[in-house]
Design a protein around this ligand. Structure first.
Ligand code: FE
Length: 133
């Protein structure tokens, strides 16, 4: 599904709002160093939202330990993300973006756990965690 993002901002505007790593990941298709995000170890109940626009993206119920070094989920919240085919770096992968702001989040791979079998491999820098008790 390739939907046009709702929020449209210039790169200069994004660069002003985001820290350098968030900007690199979200707006330049960057990737954080594996194992570097504190969200790898986030086990509390809550919601992971887009660090760019605040849209809720993943429920902690779908987070699991993939061993990849990136926060991993087996499903996004409904209609929260969009996917496109990414052929960069000599691989064919499915890129995952925030449906609202178009920010790059990571990729989805078909080697995740049940019930979906999907592994949403996300950059922690693209996410913000909010605890919900
Ligand atoms: Fe967003």
């Amino acid at each position: 599904m390739d939907k046009k993002p709702v929020i449209q901002k210039s790169d200069a505007e994004w660069a002003k709002e985001l820290d350098p790593l968030q900007h690199h990941v979200l707006r330049q298709h960057g990737t954080e160093r594996p194992g570097s995000s504190p969200l790898n170890y986030e086990k509390r109940t809550g919601i992971f939202s887009c660090a760019g626009c605040g849209e809720p993206l993943f429920d902690s119920k779908t987070k699991y330990e993939s061993g990849s070094g990136w926060p991993s989920f087996w499903a996004p919240l409904s209609d929260a993300v969009a996917t496109t085919t990414d052929v960069s770096h000599g691989m064919t992968r499915t890129e995952v973006t925030c449906a609202k702001c178009g920010g790059h989040l990571g990729h989805v791979f078909p080697d995740g756990p049940q019930p979906t079998g999907d592994r949403y491999c996300m950059n922690g820098a693209a996410l913000k965690f909010e605890e919900k008790k």
